[in-house]
Design a protein around this ligand. Sequence first.
Ligand code: UTP
Length: 297
Amino acid sequence: MKRRVTKAIFPVAGLGTRFLPATKSVPKEIMTLVDRPLIQYAIDEARAAGIKEFIFVTSRGKSALEDYFDHAPELEASLRKKGKTELLETLKSTNMESGAIAYIRQHKALGLGHAVWCARRLIADEPFAVILPDDVIAAEKPCLQQMTEAYEDTGGCMVAAMEVPPEKASAYGVLDVKEDMGSLVAVKGMVEKPKADEAPSNLAVIGRYILTPDVLKNLNRMKSGSGGEIQLTDAIADELSAERNVYGLRFRGQRFDCGSKAGFLQATVAFGLARDELKTELSEYLEQMVAQQKAAQ
Ligand code: UTP
């Protein structure tokens, strides 16, 4: 029988301090790349991977997210009246089937591991995906789909992995590799934000996971880790101590760290250039800007 993953957790309860003051009233996940909020990219990727149940772990001030996935009868009626069928079609991707989406509150930002644990009762006893919407991945085949396909053969836990320059490794969870099988690696250890000279490799974990319910049990221990937070990496590493398998998948695609300003701006340019209606005007502008910068130096 094929292993299927049909539930995904979207932890969106972080404070988003790197985008203050904007995130004082706008959830980071509602910030837009071109014309779509970050959360829409995450939902589309999950749908492509066969996810049917979407669980959001939210916090105070995130109600804009709930509204985003609700129907907007007045807006829809007005567009219909004006014959704007294309825009109506665009809105469809924001609509969720009743009961397919659930919101759970994380009352205090105690860390990503804690946020995932908050959804434990909705996951019960099946494998599940975790998607961090601030990691946006441009890929021919959506990243989570690459992972669910690989997971059908491997089982266990799987994290999305990416080579980073060694000096950047201490900003990530880093894999200690047991066996390198090309795109797939078997893992023997994981360290969250290792010190510069202590990273076991330069293979970093980014925000896509397929996890077994055992990870939720590990999170029951509420062990605080790097930065005093309850880390998801530690709960996955506990699986290795229990001699259960963890894999990393070097996905094909380009990841943008939209939780950082530089990453968000890069993604805006990349997704803008990928749009037929924008690419000519935008690339001309960028060329002009670069020429002006060079001339000013
Ligand atoms: P980040 O480390 O990017 O934290 O969280 P943040 O609060 O969103 O942003 P900064 O660093 O203050 O700017 C990574 C992911 O984990 C979620 C965040 O919402 C984000 O999707 N998270 C983090 C939680 O849901 N709860 C937490 O307690 C911590």
